[in-house]
Design a protein around this ligand. Structure first.
Ligand code: ADP
Length: 278
């Protein structure tokens, strides 16, 4: 860990007495460093597509005699701008989520709807890779929160499952209800598990992948259009909803990401009598 640091502020008082205030600043230092790293990361991530677009635009100017080359450059400019658009969209989403102390107007949201909507938004990329999207749900479970945030979170998980899987595999979402032990004991949780048959994640990387801009393989992430922010967004959505997100994975076999959210209401038969405590 960080060595603890203390700042001392001496305030001279009128009659020659000074008052010293002590404050532990190691946490302040840490927060400041994280912020600085984040800004440096954003700058780097934005410079990459902007730099590429600059070079491509130059090339496009010089290619007026060669329409085929010009069309190729234009297409690449377009895809770089799509990438930049994703990045800015994710950054805005993340900054909104981080700024929010609590959800503005929580509303009941059907879990089946969240998954259906997330599938709609990822279906095209799944079809491109001949990946089958499957869903088995408890049916009728509801959580309290923001539908758009929850859809974004599940869409990010399903999108990753597709990106990090080979062709002709399947991505399976299943929902279940559990009664956890520990500090959440007594709260029924709806678990939305997203399981893939993809490349998996090495055990030593598992606790870092939820950090902003952290990628196991940056080149692969960029080539699939990843911004490195998807899981940070998922984590914030989970926490803002009083829940959490967990992952288990096996390299070359696949991963399971589980989003756990406090249940608002459940169908009467949702709790399987033998469901495991977590
Ligand atoms: P990215 O935009 O790079 O996908 P994320 O924050 O969504 O960013 O994920 C962070 C990293 O975690 C990814 O770059 C990838 O290395 C790893 N990862 C996320 N989901 C999966 C998955 N389903 N299978 C394998 N690796 C994954």
């Amino acid at each position: 860990g960080e060595p603890s640091a203390v700042s001392v502020r001496i305030t001279p008082m009128a009659d020659g007495i000074s008052v010293a205030e002590f404050q532990d600043i190691s946490e302040l230092h840490r927060v400041e460093r994280v912020r600085r790293d984040f800004v440096a990361n954003i700058s780097h991530e934005l410079k990459t597509p902007v730099g590429a677009m600059q070079i491509l635009a130059e090339a496009l100017k010089d290619a007026s005699e060669d329409p085929d080359a010009a069309a190729r450059f234009a297409t690449r400019i377009q895809s770089e701008s799509v990438r930049m658009n994703h990045l800015v969209t994710d950054l805005l989403e993340l900054s909104r989520l981080q700024g929010a102390e609590k959800l503005p107007d929580p509303e009941p949201v059907e879990v089946d709807r969240i998954v259906a909507e997330a599938f709609d938004q990822t279906r095209i990329s799944a079809e491109e890779k001949h990946i089958e999207l499957k869903y088995t749900g408890v049916g009728g479970a509801e959580v309290l929160g923001s539908e758009s945030q929850l859809v974004t979170a599940v869409k990010n998980l399903v999108g990753n499952a597709i990106s990090y899987s080979p062709e002709n595999t399947s991505v399976e979402v299943s929902t279940s209800v559990r009664s956890p032990t520990g500090h959440l004991a007594g709260v029924q949780m709806v678990c939305i598990a997203v399981r893939d048959q993809g490349i998996g994640i090495p055990a030593e990387e598992l606790d870092r992948i939820f950090e902003r801009f952290y990628r196991v393989d940056a080149a692969r992430s960029r080539s699939t259009g990843g911004t490195g922010l998807g899981l940070a967004i998922v984590k914030h959505v989970a926490v803002n909803h009083g829940g959490r997100v967990e992952v288990s994975s096996m390299p070359e076999a696949g991963s399971v990401f589980t989003l756990m959210l406090p249940a608002r209401s459940l169908p009467s038969d949702a709790m399987a009598p033998d469901s495991d405590a977590i």
